[in-house]
Design a protein around this ligand. Structure first.
Ligand SMILES: Nc1nc2c(c(=O)[nH]1)N[C@H]1C(S)=C(S)[C@@H](COP(=O)(O)O)O[C@H]1N2
Ligand SMILES: [Mo]
Length: 166
C-alpha cells in the first residue's frame, strides 16, 4: 500500500472553528459541526488516488457521509444542477454537477482514524469515479454552495493544482 503524500497545511486552515455550511439554492440552508456529521450514517469507500504531479496512493479506506444524505436535508430547489465545494484555504473551490456530488462521500476518517488535518480534516471530499482529478478531492471542505447555474469563475482548484506543477 502506498500512502498519500503529506503537504504543508495553509495558515487559513483552523480545524477548531470548523463548520460545514450548505448554502445557495436550497430550501433549508445547513450548518453542521463534527458531532452533527458523526451522528449521520457513515459509510466506507476504498479507493486509489492519483495526483497529476506523478504520485499515487493505493487502497485508501475513507469513511464519511454520502453527500446525498446532507443534500436531502438541505433540499435543493428542483432547478438546482450545480455545486461549488469551498475549502478553508482561501479561494480554493471546485465545482461539480450536482448529480455527481450526490454520489460522492465527505470523508471524516481515514484508515479508521479521524481524518488528520494534513490530509484535509475535519472533512475531505472523495468524489466518485475512477477518472476523478486529484484537485477534486477538496481538503478542509467548509461550504457546499448549490446553484441553478454553473460557477465558472469561482472554480479555482484545477488552476491552483496545475500552477504547483510549473
Ligand atoms: N483545499 C485544498 N484541497 C486540495 C488541494 C489544495 O491545495 N487545497 N490540493 C489537491 C491536490 S492537487 C492533491 S494531489 C491532494 C493532495 O492531498 P494530500 O495533501 O492529502 O496528499 O489534495 C487536493 N485537495
Ligand atoms: Mo494533485
Amino acid at each position: 500500500m502506498a500512502d498519500l503524500e503529506t503537504h504543508p497545511v495553509p495558515e487559513a486552515v483552523e480545524p477548531e472553528s470548523w463548520r460545514l455550511r450548505v448554502t445557495g439554492t436550497v430550501e433549508r440552508p445547513l450548518v453542521c459541526d463534527r458531532d452533527d456529521l458523526a451522528a449521520l450514517s457513515l459509510e466506507t469507500v476504498v479507493d486509489d488516488f492519483v495526483c497529476e504531479a506523478g504520485w499515487e496512493a493505493t487502497d485508501l479506506a475513507w469513511r464519511g457521509v454520502r453527500l446525498e444524505t446532507l443534500l436531502r436535508r438541505a433540499a435543493p430547489t428542483p432547478d438546482s444542477a450545480h455545486a461549488l465545494v469551498r475549502a478553508m484555504d482561501d479561494g480554493y473551490a471546485c465545482s461539480f454537477p450536482l448529480d455527481r456530488l450526490r454520489e460522492s462521500v465527505l470523508a471524516v476518517e481515514l484508515e479508521g482514524d479521524p481524518l488528520p488535518v494534513e490530509h484535509g480534516g475535519p472533512a475531505r471530499l472523495v468524489p466518485v469515479g475512477a477518472d476523478a482529478d486529484c484537485w477534486e478531492q477538496v481538503k478542509w471542505v467548509t461550504e457546499i454552495e448549490i446553484g441553478e447555474t454553473p460557477f465558472p469563475d469561482a472554480d479555482t482548484a484545477k488552476d491552483v493544482a496545475l500552477s504547483r506543477l510549473e
